[in-house]
Ligand binder design. Structure first.
Ligand SMILES: [Zn+2]
Length: 246
């Protein structure tokens, strides 16, 4: 099996996993970063038409934002959670009642990114088509049918539609279910800056570790180990969230 390609730079990291006939891409990205993404792809020596599937870890704009553009150049099929479909069709981040920002610094960073238009709540709607694959939850067959030795785990908490992709070798592409970027500055203890349900978030950490995750590859930041997550488990409670809508 050819190795996994990591496309760093910009707000969101994409990963290309070899599959039958090409690659499965984990994460799109903010639509303003599409030209940057194409440059990263070219530098990696990959033609967009080699991307056969796009695995969306959830519907947020910095993950699903340039899906429509990527489809135009690659013709790829989308894999996402069924609950993502509605928001993808609208091209809009959902706000879940009760959710909020992990701490005050996360709130400040979130506000700054929105102000600088780095974090966009809206994006070009994704028109789901025949051939796209919506999963209901955990799935141990879909990836294997595409030539990828691994499974899909439903890992809610950051959002209800969050999915992670766990390879049999323990590589776990967790989207925003956990995040390592700027931990020293943010103090979010490996949680993403936005959390819909903190308890569910930690349940998802336990699930990924219990299913055999050995290295986490997040959408934001460098890889980290399960021991790292274990050290920070249950640090926050739902009531700790700030900017909570009640
Ligand atoms: Zn997100």
């Amino acid at each position: 099996m050819t190795s996994i390609i990591t496309l760093r730079g910009g707000l969101t990291t994409q990963y290309l996993l070899p599959c039958t006939g090409g690659y499965l891409q984990v994460e799109a990205g903010d639509e303003k970063e599409f030209s940057l993404f194409l440059r990263k792809l070219k530098k990696a020596g990959v033609d967009p038409r080699q991307i056969r599937y796009l695995f969306l870890t959830h519907h947020h704009g910095d993950h699903a934002g340039f899906t429509s553009f990527l489809r135009e150049v690659s013709g790829c099929r989308v894999i996402a959670h069924r609950e993502a479909a509605h928001q993808l069709n609208k091209g809009k981040n959902a706000m879940v009642p009760g959710g909020g920002l992990t701490n005050r610094r996360a709130l400040m960073l979130g506000a700054l990114l929105v102000m600088l238009r780095k974090l966009n709540m809206r994006y070009t709607p994704v028109e789901l088509k025949e051939g796209d694959m919506l999963v209901e939850g955990d799935d141990n067959e879909l990836l294997r049918s595409l030539g990828i030795p691994g499974k899909i785990l439903h890992t809610p908490g950051h959002t209800p539609d969050s999915l992670s992709l766990l390879l049999d070798d323990g590589s776990c592409f967790c989207g925003d279910a956990a995040m390592s970027r700027a931990q020293w500055a943010l103090g979010t203890r490996y949680c993403c800056i936005i959390i819909d349900d903190m308890e569910e978030n930690y349940r998802s950490w336990r699930k990924m570790i219990g299913e055999g995750a050995r290295t986490f590859y997040p959408a934001h930041g460098a890889p980290f180990t399960p021991e790292t997550l274990q050290r920070h488990l249950d640090y926050f409670k739902q009531d700790d969230l700030v900017f909570v809508k009640r």
